[in-house]
Design a binder for this molecule. Structure first.
Ligand code: IVH
Length: 691
């Protein structure tokens, strides 16, 4: 029985406040960091109230780490967001030296040169990237990469990493340094050992430990875990006195940022290969994990000419180390059903440690793959893991096959809904024909709809979607935005209570339901590319969605064209082929899809697409067609430049075309442009226009 507040002594109050601070912090961490709450809402609230009641009577005892101070920030929604002035990109991956060769060949072709290009070769640190902003030499803001456009504000957390300079002498007025935060292997083992003793959950690998430590709402916890970092690139800078990546590293060192001592300038492919092999040899003995090498064109002016693809630079690439392998046995083979109905076989494995990560499942891709490798339940197999890729089965060890084993028979019916599963001639996969009446497809469809590049509703996790689907409260994406309305039914005695009352379900409470609705309501306005991607049209990924958004600008225009099968504008987009166009049009012929879209449009707002970055340029929003051979730059370079200035590049001339740029030996496109009265520019005129 708790003592009445008016009866407790100051010493008892001090002890109880200390106890409450620890208990509430533990509950918060279970709830916010591990998604594993162990107190129900009432129990949690009781602790909180008790804490504030005691504090009200003994304000002199309010602790620095008091839960009443912390909670505001904690409960809101965790970290505040930071929009990167320059997106934080990722890198394309390659796994062999031939692919590196192709990469370099592509660069040379783009630049139209046959000379060797020098690359900086850097170990690829397996941690998580950060950005640190300095204004007049003072550290002012830290951020995670997030989705590349928006990250989380980790300023306070970064301040606790002693390797990060808080002040930089002789820095440009604005200096944003980017790099990787990691945990050394030794610190990782120490941390896990300590956690093991304390009965806490341990981390799977140093990378997870670093991520878990940096993304702590309480920077105190970040401070307690040992984190290190390497700096390797820049974001926004008011001045850029370096001409090469090599020179940039010199600046970093002068500014006291840790720079990886193994970064090496390589003058040609042979040197890159030699360096790669050397690093692979010493990899295990390094004090931190690396998962490959990063090659960056050394010259900054060449980097600028090469520019970017959608999410990755054209001037850099990650060359990954070969996957790590281990031996284990297959306990079972299960069939998963994906969003598009594809049946994917998955092997359940005897859990095994593969290069530091416990692996218990592996994908078997499709039925042909199982046949080709003759994979059976009970087999001993080699599994491999490469980076974040889902573990795979490389090979069956035949000598170890049990005598009674039999060939795996792939089902011809969907294991989820019983519908026929058929295989089309040109496809490797067998698909369930149940469409959205198949629970697995419907669920996967919703999971895709809320995923990070789509609506990005983190509060609506896979498990919740599955539960809600089976509880009949969430069948289509449109149901998401009516959940709140449907949740609260009339509660008085005379009217029937028709509400869903999710808060009464096991595992839910008033607060968690409110959090969910807030998370959903925060996403009622969505950008056009995200919305198109969210629809889950076959073959329409983020890049295609962006292209469509850039070319149509408005969802209804796009939808009307698709419903009326008007594809001229669509197929004119460079990067959209006829098979993609067919899938897109087919999607809009399905009444069920139109129904869902219309219901969604009642609940949400889709922003028109405006290319805000470049709307000042004279070619922004214009459609350009190139024809003939250019002399001052390659076609790809011209195309990339035009796109960077907000123009759309089309493959063929139509009435939608604004400019046709003609090089030497221009053919029928030039004639057609003349016929249609479209502005024709030669290469010099085009360059002048861009400037
Ligand atoms: S440069 C535009 N350099 O790898 C260039 N990245 O897949 C962007 N990484 O998100 C990155 N070591 O987290 C670069 N020396 C290095 C790196 C490195 C590790 C990580 C980084 C990035 C990811 C790209």
């Amino acid at each position: 029985m708790m003592k009445d507040i008016k009866d407790i002594t100051i010493e008892e109050a001090r002890i109880e406040l200390e106890y409450l601070a620890t208990e509430i912090a533990k509950a918060d961490s279970a709830y916010y960091q591990h998604d594993a709450p162990y107190l129900n809402d009432a129990e949690y609230d009781r602790l909180k109230h008790r804490n504030s009641d005691i504090e009200a009577r003994f304000p002199q005892l309010i602790r620095a780490d008091s839960p009443s101070k912390r909670v505001g920030a904690t409960v809101k929604s965790g970290f505040s967001k930071i929009t990167h002035r320059f997106p934080m990109l990722s890198l394309g991956d390659v796994f062999s030296i031939t692919e590196v060769e192709d990469f370099i060949r592509g660069i040379k072709r783009f630049l139209n040169t046959s000379e060797d290009i020098a690359f900086m070769s850097e170990p690829k640190i397996d941690g998580l990237s950060f950005s640190a902003r300095y204004e007049n030499g003072i550290f002012t803001q830290g951020a995670t990469r997030g989705d590349g456009t928006t990250g989380e504000d980790i300023t306070e957390n970064l301040k606790t990493i002693y390797q990060l300079p808080q002040k930089v002498e002789n820095a440009p007025e604005i200096l944003e340094i980017r790099g990787e935060v990691y945990m050394s292997k030794a610190d990782f083992f120490d941390l896990n050992e300590r956690y093991e003793k304390e009965g806490k959950k341990t981390f799977a690998n140093p990378r997870n430990a670093a991520a878990g430590s940096l993304r702590q709402l309480d920077p105190q916890i970040t401070a307690e875990r040992k984190l290190s970092l390497f700096a390797y690139t820049w974001g926004e800078v008011s001045e850029k006195p370096w001409q090469t990546q090599e020179e940039f590293f010199q600046y970093l060192k002068n500014w006291n940022f840790p720079v990886n001592p193994l970064n090496t300038l390589c003058h040609n492919l042979t040197m890159l290969e030699k360096n790669f092999n050397q690093l692979m040899e010493i990899r295990a003995s390094l004090p931190y994990d690396i998962d490959g090498m990063v090659y960056k064109v050394n010259s900054i002016s060449l980097q600028e000419r090469l520019g970017f693809l959608t999410r990755t630079p054209r001037w850099a690439i990650a060359h990954k180390f070969p996957a790590e392998q281990a031996l284990t046995t297959i306990k079972n083979i299960r069939i998963q059903v994906g969003r598009t109905g594809a049946l994917t076989p998955v092997a359940d494995l005897e859990p095994i440690n593969v290069g530091g990560v416990i692996v218990s499942h592996a994908t078997l891709h499709n039925e042909d793959e199982i046949k080709r490798k003759d994979i059976r339940i009970g087999d001993t197999v080699i599994v491999q893991r490469a980076g974040d890729v889902i573990p795979q089965i490389v090979q069956v060890i035949r000598e170890k096959r049990p005598a009674n084993s039999s060939e795996f028979i792939f089902p011809h019916f969907c294991p989820q809904c019983g519908a026929h599963a058929i295989k089309e001639d040109d496809e490797a996969v067998r698909r369930c024909t149940g469409g959205l009446s198949c629970p697995a497809q419907a669920i996967e469809h919703i999971i895709h709809f809320v995923s990070r590049d789509a609506f990005d509703i983190a509060g609506l996790g896979n498990k919740i979607i599955e539960d809600f689907y089976h509880d009949d409260i969430l069948h289509t994406p449109a149901d998401i935005f009516t959940l709140e309305k449907r949740n609260y039914g009339g509660d008085d005695l005379f009217s029937a209570d028709i509400g869903l009352h999710i808060e009464r379900k096991e595992g839910w409470g008033k607060k968690s339901v409110e959090n969910l609705f807030n998370a959903i309501n925060a996403k009622r306005i969505i950008s056009l590319p995200r919305f198109i991607y969210a629809l889950g049209i076959r073959q329409t990924g983020t890049a295609t969605s962006l292209l469509i958004a850039q070319n149509y600008g408005n969802f209804k225009h796009f939808m009307n064209d698709m419903i009326n099968k008007e594809t001229a504008k669509l197929v004119a987009i460079d990067g959209i082929g006829s098979s993609m166009a067919t899938d897109i049009v087919e999607f809009f012929q399905e009444p069920h899809n139109i129904d869902i879209i219309n219901k969604l449009l009642n609940e949400i707002e889709i922003e028109d697409y405006v290319d805000s970055t470049n709307y000042n340029s004279p070619i922004a929003g214009k459609t350009i067609v190139f024809t003939g051979t250019l002399e001052k730059m390659t076609r790809s370079e011209a195309k990339a430049k035009a796109q960077n200035l907000g123009a759309k590049v089309a493959g063929s001339v139509s009435s939608h075309t604004d400019f046709v740029i003609i090089g030497a030996d221009a053919g029928s496109k030039a004639t057609k442009a003349k016929d249609l009265g479209i502005t024709i520019l030669n290469e010099d005129e085009f360059i002048a226009l861009m400037q």
